[in-house]
Design a binder for this molecule. Sequence first.
Ligand code: SF4
Length: 198
Amino acid sequence: MKDVPGTPPEEQLLVGLARLGQALRISSYRNAGPHRLSPLQADIVTLLAGDPRPRRLNELTRALASSPPTISDAVKTLAAKELVERQRDDSDARAVALTLTETGRAEAERLVRMPEEFTEAMRTLSPDDLAAMLRGTSSMIRSLQDRKAIPVSRMCLTCTYFRPDAHPGTDRPHHCDFVDNPFDDAELRLDCPDHLSP
Ligand code: SF4
């Protein structure tokens, strides 16, 4: 009997991650909602909802790894749909700052609800699997950020407040100095509004 030819697990993992990315994109198109948002418009609304501060266009461009004209067009469309407001930035009169309107905030609440198919898929994971996947995903994102392959995101692993393994041998080994609380791998955050870059 011949052995099944081996495939490196790294390649299989990339295939799996690509399939998950595909599922997320399909879900995003299906979830366009009453304002018929494109995936990029939905990303902008979600990003603005994750931070109480007004955000500049160049911050959105960086965070979403896009180009200024693409972001500018998407923001114009969102303003026409009355989901975002453009105003002068208090700290720089030449810059434009963006916030969500009340309608935009309501739309953001709808967008952050996890689609049913993902809720069901998450239920198939044990708490240990979930924590391991979050830890592995965070490490890969950090490595890709260090190599400038993707923009820097506001995650625990790149945060000044993060103290990994500050409580070794306990259920919640890490510590967040911002809230002064211990936490475990399952609570690692990939986009935190309180993140502080070193
Ligand atoms: S402030 Fe946010 S990103 Fe920073 S360690 Fe705490 S939870 Fe993580």
